[in-house]
Design a binder for this molecule. Structure first.
Ligand code: SF4
Length: 118
């Protein structure tokens, strides 16, 4: 999926090169509730330092089939579902990655519309 500038923001991702297990947990390993909570909070702490947090979150929320696991844009899947519910309540249509929808979602998140290059 492409939004605006072909995901050039991913080059600035603070999670680049980190262990994916921090974001998704370890395959076939059942975490205790406290371990999962600690892992998610550690991942969110990295997200909060990320210069492209909003780009990441908007990209995730505009997917036709949102990721059901893992931390993206300092949110859990449940937190993203609540943002999408607010988006639907505002009369907007999730799952359609137009620049207008991306800007509407940015506004909902309290961000300015993205400057577009021609
Ligand atoms: S907000 Fe988090 S998951 Fe998204 S690119 Fe940044 S560090 Fe990675």
């Amino acid at each position: 999926m492409k939004i605006h500038d072909a995901r050039s923001w991913e080059r600035e991702a603070a999670c680049a090169g980190t262990d994916p297990r921090l974001w998704f947990g370890e395959d076939d390993v059942r975490e205790s509730g406290s371990d999962a909570h600690r892992r998610r909070e550690n991942a969110k702490a990295i997200c909060r330092t990320c210069p492209v947090l909003t780009d990441c979150l908007v990209d995730e929320l505009l997917r036709p089939h949102p990721e059901q696991h893992g931390i993206r844009g300092a949110t859990t899947p449940g937190e993203r579902a609540r943002i999408l519910a607010r988006w639907r309540a505002a009369g907007l249509v999730p799952g359609h990655a137009s620049p207008a929808n991306a800007d509407a979602l940015r506004a909902l998140l309290g961000e300015e519309p993205r400057q577009r290059t021609a």
